[in-house]
Design a protein around this ligand. Structure first.
Ligand code: OAD
Length: 253
């Protein structure tokens, strides 16, 4: 694990607008598997084409539904970890923090983050496949997609599948945030899925400082001004502690 540089804490302290771009690695320490980690990643054990595409849902809706029900149950049993909590702390220490998350688990919101852009949707919601409207019904215990109470079409999880567009409002809000931020911290993402990965490049082009927090290098590492190599649940609380100490010192002087 590499140490946190004092220069990074100074940059963080002076950041007027900060974006946190998170991926599945932030939830790994809560017990939710990532997608691409070599041993535990979901896409190491399952084929994305069979489970996370509109074609897969058309071909075998029960299989896809049961997979999402399994993930919902898994997520329901776990809690936000110190990495999520540290991001909430950051929101109290800096004037403007926006979280753009690729995660569908809702753990940032459960931890208390107030401004979260759900880039890939939210697994806890369902939408009607005919009208794309959110339908609020309890699906606990179902093992096939329930019918929409209004029109009878099948419901599906409100998540973005491969080949589908990002929800337009989330995309617009995310692009607007990265264009004006002065610091972007990418946490626990392999930076392999577009357009999410391109958000860091857009922030860099607009002049932001890029920080990457990940135990492993990614395609984003090359544009990072600071690389924090290690688990988010350990490093983020340290970052917050150092930011707090710097802010306290400066108030006292
Ligand atoms: P990946 O599984 O591709 O990447 C997870 C990243 O987290 C890896 O780079 C790991 O090194 C890192 N990581 C693992 N443990 C960590 C920890 N404790 N702290 C910090 N980092 C850690 O997941 P994503 O980049 O989120 O899309 O994947 C992007 C998208 O691909 C997902 O949103 C999902 C998936 O298919 C959709 O569902 C549309």
């Amino acid at each position: 694990m590499n140490p946190i540089s004092p220069e990074l804490i100074l940059r963080l302290k002076s950041a007027k607008r900060c974006v946190v771009l998170s991926g599945s690695g932030i939830s790994a320490e809560s017990g939710i598997p990532t997608f691409r980690d070599a041993l535990t990643g979901l896409w190491t054990h399952f084929r994305a084409e069979d489970l996370a595409t509109a074609e897969a849902f058309q071909h075998d809706p029960e299989l896809v539904w049961r997979w999402y029900q399994w993930r919902r149950e898994l997520i329901g049993r776990v809690n936000p970890n110190p990495g999520h909590t540290a991001i909430v702390d950051l929101e109290y220490l800096l004037p403007d923090v926006i979280v753009i998350t690729q995660n569908v688990d809702g753990l940032h919101q459960r931890a208390g983050s107030r401004r979260v852009i759900e880039f890939h949707g939210n697994i806890h919601r369902n939408i009607c496949t005919a009208e794309q409207r959110v339908i609020d019904i309890d699906t606990t215990g179902t093992d096939s997609p329930p019918a929409c109470p209004d029109c009878g079409a099948a419901l599906r999880p409100d998540v973005v599948w491969f080949g589908e567009p990002i929800p337009p409002l989330a995309l617009q809000a995310a692009i607007a945030a990265v264009q004006v931020c002065d610091l972007l911290i990418a946490i626990g993402t392999s930076a392999q899925v577009q357009p999410a990965a391109d958000l860091a490049h857009a922030a860099k082009r607009a002049g932001a400082t890029i920080v990457e927090l990940n135990p492993n290098p990614t395609p984003m590492t090359g544009i990072a001004d600071f690389v924090l190599s290690g688990p988010a649940g350990i490093i983020l609380p340290q970052l917050i502690e150092q930011l707090r100490s710097l802010q306290a010192t400066q108030v006292a002087v």
